[in-house]
Write a protein of this length. Sequence first.
Length: 400
Amino acid sequence: MQQISLKGKALVAYSGGLDSHVLLHLASQTSDLNIRAIHIHHGLQKIADTWVEHCQSVCDKLNIPLQIVYLKLRPNKGESIEGSAREARYQAFRQALHPDEILLTAQHQNDQSETILLQLFRGAGVQGLAAMPEIRDFGKGKHARPLLGVSRRELEHYAHQYQLNYIEDPSNQDLSFDRNYLRQQILPQLRQRWAGLDKALNRSASIQAETRQLLDEIAAEDLSCICDPQNNTVKIDKLLDFSAIRQKMLLRYWIAQSGFKYPSEKKLQHLFSDVIHAREDAQPLLEWQQTQIRRYNKRLYIMPELTAHDPRQSFVWDTTKPLKIASLQLELSPEILHTRKQTVTVRFRQGGEKIYCPKKNKMIPLKKLFAEKGIPPWLRSRLPLICADGQIIQIAGLTL
């Protein structure tokens, strides 16, 4: 097995198992790589404490710095523990990765086969069947899987050759996990029937990846015609000029480019029926996996799930220091103030409020102002109103 053909600084995801130990050892033998390692303690098994000790010992012998991250998993409603652990693990990787680093993970050829089949069984399209890319943008840097073309048998041979002492995770034998069931029960039988199964599946994934790239290039060109880059909103009338199939492709691409997870096919259908084609006076909302899509002024808005917020609350602000509003995860800086008053009040819209507009030289209703400024209805009660002497003198984040 050849050395890794990468250069620069790398962060190696090291669990202590066979795959990641081979990857760590290979990377340590690559002269053009300056590496450090990261170990994720998921907190799911008591034995995991000994894995931390093992990983630290291995890294000490190889003179590799090791970062250990402890997680407290809280699966979202309807999410499996596998999915929750994976999401938390990669979030930890994102936070740990430096701008000049590349994350290295140890997925191999057999893992790719499992991923392709799992995606197929879930009814995935081109995006899912493209499976795992060898390299991609990730966080502040890149994410590479340099062992994707290597079989598990080759990894076992390498580990035996260099007498690597690795961990056997007992959860890998738990057939209640879909991947384990495929690995232990299904794929061995398929490989007996089709000797070149893994290479064939990996070849199919490469073809799907090329197809996905082509579709993404088409979608990127189309999206530039229907999306407002200033606020990342989709103009519905422009979207509907495309064929039905192309509309779905565009929406999936827009959602992914906005940093959110793909919705299911059923959710995508609801996006059309319940949001895009909802009655004109409605304020439709579609939600999935902490993601929301709303419609306003014939445009689609995508955003993280809004935090719980009580617009009846108010604050007395000592303007010599910042004001934190926990429900909005917002901090107001004194630098935004147009007044020199040391103490002001911050509250939120209840209805019927007015503010003085210098350009019009008169008081105007907030409802009219928000409509003129194109402020979506769901944000109107979340804009801090800065008050003095019983009057609204300023709206945080809004220029009059």
